[in-house]
Design a protein around this ligand. Structure first.
Ligand SMILES: Nc1nc2c(ncn2[C@@H]2O[C@H](COP(=O)(O)OP(=O)(O)OP(=O)(O)O)[C@@H](O)[C@H]2O)c(=O)[nH]1
Ligand SMILES: [Mg+2]
Length: 312
């Protein structure tokens, strides 16, 4: 009998390893090194997401250890991995629909804490309001301090797409963002021949319609890979400690280089805090600091709820 670890009898050739490019309930779609694409079962107890490297065995696709994973908590408080082994995250915004307050900050902190480099993609720059949003974010001192680039793009006019392609060469990135900002439209514009489903924004609620329901990974012609993800209204990071937030909040970077007295400083009432000193000097805007404190309170509330077994 064949070795059960050797599903297709080709162990040692490398063809029993692959990259997950799509997820369909109990099946995943795997790209094999010989260029073939195959559907393989996954085990419920060994969850696999797009971007995972897997070994194909008689039991199905078995995930290999991940370098990075981006995860969120859904509305029912379940942990949802979005994608694995990313090194770039394109946080996608547009004037329509606008991101909920704190969305960008949460996504940035989650990416940085997971070891993924974030950048901001302002889509629909063919529209005046999106262009204004781009200009506002391009000039945002917190993003500049955190060295987070802001790209102006339009899936419709093609503006900025070459810059996105160049950025992704040699990288694996994903677009995340609220439903309707145009993530799938951007993928379609970036990858010739791709026809991901896209959808109109609801005229009454002005929200997207959650058209994409599964993440999918796509190769870019010039090299690099890009993942389309389902839009979600809010981004509630997973396993993010108050200390992760304190270290990764965009706009505290310069202050943190000079250093707080305590390594685990939460920048609240600790003595000799570099962040508070910069707030008092006016180098960090008071509103920015308030936004940080609000996120810190949110995280502590979530952590408290988990400790006492309550769900939010
Ligand atoms: N004006 C303009 N509209 C765009 C642009 N890109 C996308 N849209 C429109 O925005 C709407 C939503 O686009 P999608 O690509 O489905 O958005 P999505 O972010 O993938 O949405 P979900 O899959 O629901 O998360 C569609 O009506 C698109 O035609 C753009 O650059 N300019
Ligand atoms: Mg979509």
């Amino acid at each position: 009998m064949a070795d059960p670890g050797d599903g297709d009898g080709q162990a040692g050739t490398g063809s029993n390893h692959g990259l997950v490019v799509g997820h369909f309930g109990l099946d995943v779609e795997v790209d094999l090194p010989d260029g073939q694409r195959r559907r393989v079962r996954v085990q419920r107890e060994e969850p696999v997401v797009v971007g995972d490297r897997v070994r194909i065995t008689a039991r199905g696709a078995v995930p290999e250890p991940r370098d990075t994973v981006l995860a969120r908590r859904d509305q029912r408080d379940r942990v949802r991995a979005i994608a694995a082994n990313l090194d770039l995250l394109g946080i996608t915004l547009a004037s329509r629909p606008p991101a909920p307050s704190g969305y960008l900050d949460r996504a940035i902190v989650a990416a940085r804490a997971a070891g993924i480099r974030p950048f901001v993609v302002v889509n629909k720059c063919d529209l005046h309001e999106s262009r204004e949003l781009f200009e506002q974010l391009r000039d945002d001192p917190a993003l500049r301090d955190a060295e987070i680039d802001v790209a102006a793009v339009s899936a419709q006019s093609g503006e900025g797409l070459d810059a996105i392609r160049s950025r992704l060469v040699g990288h694996r990135g994903a677009f995340i963002g609220t439903s309707g900002v145009g993530k799938s439209s951007l993928l379609n514009a970036l990858v010739p021949g791709l026809a991901l489903e896209t959808g109109e924004i609801n005229r009454l609620t002005r929200l997207g319609r959650h058209v994409t329901t599964r993440s999918t990974l796509h190769q870019l012609e010039g090299g690099g890979e890009l993942i389309d993800t389902p839009g979600f209204r809010d981004f509630v990071p997973v396993d993010l400690s108050p200390a992760d937030l304190a270290r990764n909040f965009a706009g505290f970077d310069e202050a943190l280089r000079s250093g707080c007295r305590f390594r685990d400083c939460l920048h609240r009432d600790e003595p000799e805090c570099a962040v508070r000193r910069e707030v008092e000097r006016g180098a960090i805007a008071a509103a920015r600091y308030e936004a940080y404190l609000a996120l810190l309170r949110d995280l502590e509330r979530v952590a408290d709820g988990q400790r006492t077994g309550r769900t939010r």
